[in-house]
Design a protein around this ligand. Structure first.
Ligand code: HPA
Length: 279
């Protein structure tokens, strides 16, 4: 059998050893420029990715690269402050090793966030959008290769990859903190690291995509494979290619920074509501 499960198990054991009596129930992945949520946890312990077996360290600016455990409004959480992307050259099993580790550590609910370009006309920079579904145009999949049944089934269903109840919960959280109802949309994953061309964005719009990004989908597939429930949140940092000006990582970081306070507030409220859920 493949060594993938053993790698995840080793990483989970290292995390568990560092966490002591903590039992995290909610996993969170923080996207580009959205890392501050981890700093708001109470009673926190941080583990640099470099200290965890198998974890790759991100080389993308704006991604910190540590695992932070702590309590968020009473809900025990385990947070990835930074992630690695397939375009960085890591094997895809290494890209999804951290999310699998979170789930094996007990996080049966995961919140996966990212910065994304807005394709649909009403999605503008600064919008926080709930992901309702995705399109994978990379031609690759984190489950390719031999399947290990200890992780999940060979052919996992993806028809409810983004849990509708969790989206309702996030809408409730948004209302409670005075935000307008959150928009929802379909996220498209292309490899990157170059941004899409305007022609690709026109194609993606025709195909039904609302958001363009370079992450999230492999993690969502791996999480569903393991039976975890997923909430996906995009922060629209820019209009997708051809719909506004030229694209830059600086603009992405600046917009993420501008809405980070609201993003952190929404995330804290949502994770807080999960406390009363069956986790
Ligand atoms: N395209 C792909 N990835 C992104 C974008 C985009 O426009 N903005 C932030 N990440």
């Amino acid at each position: 059998m493949s060594a993938v499960y053993e790698q995840v198990e080793r990483a989970a054991q290292a995390v568990a050893a560092a966490l002591g009596a903590r039992r995290p129930r909610v996993g969170v992945v923080l996207g580009s420029g959205l890392g501050r949520f981890a700093d708001t946890l109470e009673d926190m312990v941080a583990i640099p990715y470099g200290q965890l077996p198998g974890f790759a360290e991100s080389r993308v600016l704006g991604h910190a690269g540590r695992l932070v455990a702590g309590s968020c409004s009473g809900t025990p959480a385990l947070v990835m402050q930074g992630r690695v992307h397939l375009y960085e050259g890591h094997p895809i099993e290494q890209v999804v090793l951290p999310i699998r580790t979170l789930i094996l550590c007990g996080c049966k609910t995961v919140i996966i966030t990212n910065a994304a370009g807005g394709i649909r006309a009403d999605l503008v920079p600064g919008d926080l959008v709930l992901i309702s579904d995705h399109i994978n145009l990379t031609g690759t999949n984190p489950l390719q290769g031999a399947n290990d049944e200890r992780l999940g089934p060979r052919f996992p269903d993806m028809s409810t990859a983004y849990d509708a109840e969790l989206r309702s919960l996030a809408q409730r959280a948004a209302a409670e903190i005075g935000l307008r109802p959150l928009k929802e949309g379909v996220y498209n994953w292309m490899l990157g690291p170059s941004y899409e061309t305007p022609a690709e964005i026109r194609m993606l719009r025709t195909l039904g995509a609302d958001l363009a990004g370079m992450s999230t989908v492999p993690e969502v597939i791996a999480a569903n494979h393991m039976g975890a429930r997923v909430l996906g949140i995009s922060c629209v940092t820019n209009m997708a290619a051809g719909l506004g000006g030229k694209l830059s990582h600086d603009e992405v970081k600046q917009t993420a920074e501008r809405v980070e306070k609201q993003f952190v507030h929404l995330l804290r409220q949502t994770v807080g509501l999960l406390k009363s859920e069956e986790l």
